[in-house]
Design a protein around this ligand. Structure first.
Ligand code: PRP
Length: 183
């Protein structure tokens, strides 16, 4: 796919993501074979990955959504996490699988994992399409991770910059000129 000057390069093609998503789904289907799964998608970035993963699940699975806010219009985490939309049902006795697009500093996810664990689910695990381990500020690991990526600002496949680029079918590196002119 050819993008304009706002995109520096394609990091992961839609095809690579599709193949890896199937591998993750195979693993999840094995691990939850006899369990009822509650897939919790973190809005909004996780929604495209969640949908592509969810349709590959063969186990009993429900979905719910959680929206939190941690980033402003810029490219770095503020460290503040606010619940904007909570789950629509209790999670006690459910096996929760939290779905994210990216683990960056880990601040958002560690807050979410703690908050959901306090509601006493049967189990809770984390699945993220992308992981930037070099950026981690808290001790947090994904149980299922699609790709470890370098410390570059990525957009596409659900990930945004200032709400743009979520619709790109590939994960792309944003051209620094885009965020430099806004900072
Ligand atoms: C992104 C991403 C994670 C979080 C990761 O969400 O979806 O939730 O940041 O950052 P962290 O590991 O440093 O906490 P964002 O707040 O940009 O919202 P969005 O999903 O609506 O784009």
């Amino acid at each position: 796919m050819n993008y304009g000057s706002e995109i520096e390069k394609v990091l992961l093609t839609g095809k690579q993501i599709e193949i890896r998503t199937q591998e993750l789904a195979d693993e999840i289907n094995r691990d939850y074979a006899d369990k009822e799964l509650l897939v919790v998608c973190i809005l909004r970035g996780g929604v495209i990955f969640m949908a592509d993963l969810f349709k590959r699940l063969t186990v009993d699975a429900e979905m719910d959504f959680l929206a939190v806010s941690s980033y402003g219009a810029g490219t770095t985490s503020s460290g503040e996490v606010k619940v904007m939309k909570d789950l629509s049902a209790p999670v006690d006795r459910k096996h929760i699988l939290v779905i994210e697009d990216i683990i960056d500093t880990g601040i958002t996810l560690s807050y979410i994992m703690e908050m959901l664990s306090a509601r006493k689910p049967s189990s809770i695990k984390l699945c993220s399409l992308l992981d930037k381990p070099s950026r981690r500020k808290v001790d947090l690991f994904g149980d299922y991770v699609g790709f470890e990526i370098p410390n570059e600002f990525v957009v596409g496949y659900g990930l945004d910059y200032d709400e743009k680029f979520r619709n790109l079918p590939d994960v792309c590196v944003l051209s620094p000129s885009v965020y430099e002119k806004n900072n």
